[in-house]
Ligand binder design. Sequence first.
Ligand SMILES: Nc1nc(=O)c2c([nH]1)NC[C@@H]1CN(c3ccc(C(=O)N[C@@H](CCC(=O)O)C(=O)O)cc3)CN21
Ligand SMILES: CC(C)C(=O)C(=O)O
Ligand SMILES: [Mg+2]
Length: 284
Amino acid sequence: MSAPQPAAAPKPLFVGDQGRRLTIRDLARAKRRGEHWPMLTAYDAYTAGVFDEAGIPVLLVGDSSADNHLGYDSTVPVTLDELIMLGRAVVRGTKRSLIVSDLPFGSYEESPEQALRTAVRLMKEVGCGAVKLEGGVRSAAQIEKIVTAGIPVMAHLGYTPQSVNGFGGPMVAGRGADAAKRLREDAEAVQEAGAFAVVLEVVPAPLAEELTASLEIPTVGIGAGAGTDGQVLVWTDFAGMTPGRTPSFVKKYADLRGVLGDAARAFGRDVVGGAYPDAEHSFS
Ligand SMILES: Nc1nc(=O)c2c([nH]1)NC[C@@H]1CN(c3ccc(C(=O)N[C@@H](CCC(=O)O)C(=O)O)cc3)CN21
Ligand SMILES: CC(C)C(=O)C(=O)O
Ligand SMILES: [Mg+2]
């Protein structure tokens, strides 16, 4: 009899060498195992390819592309056609990550039928694996309609940026007993409607932890503390590409803006000074 072998270390989800695209079932299994996993936004093929190769299991074609890629002031103006173009690039640039696409503002609020039409366009034209929309109780009928048609839906609660023009109150959602109760009801509603996961944006950490324990579906936090199943960040924030101030929950893992600016200045100096192109970079 040989000595008992130590149990094989569970393979973290983000290593992601399944040789296929991740699915929502992989995320459900990660929840059962108590694994934490990262998610990043992506708006183009190269960047998405870098994250896919780095083993990020879930990439979001966020409507945050509006203010972080397309130059709008908020997420409100981005159109479905614009998001579809970005999503197609992200899918073309990746092999393994699960691609989730946001439903942009105005493309689902009117009715469950409108929401399904939008989700179907994203599934057909982008080829993503899931869609995401904002709102709890107010969006439950939309979620149910889309899920019933066989399309996985990620919900999004807490601070919901598409409503920025309607917000009068504080940014941190779920603070205080009434707000916490509403957030719990929203979370229950989206799970009941069939969402496979739920984003909790700018929510007090203890409440996000409580929801993560009470819900069967994975939670994905952004500014919601360490207790959620997944963590998502806007890629330009985590990589130091966003100009100016970023939300306080962001940790900057690189200074891409500095690196790229330095490269551009060096190229400019070389061209002006005659150092580029040199013989090595010319044809004789
Ligand atoms: N670059 C960027 N990062 C994001 O996380 C992000 C976007 N853009 N655009 C769409 C939404 C908007 N989100 C935001 C935007 C601002 C804050 C922010 O300024 N938060 C302040 C708290 C302000 C308050 O308490 O009133 C912070 O210090 O974190 C947070 C999330 C998250 N999303
Ligand atoms: C921040 C995430 C959750 C998002 O909705 C987006 O990037 O659009
Ligand atoms: Mg979004």
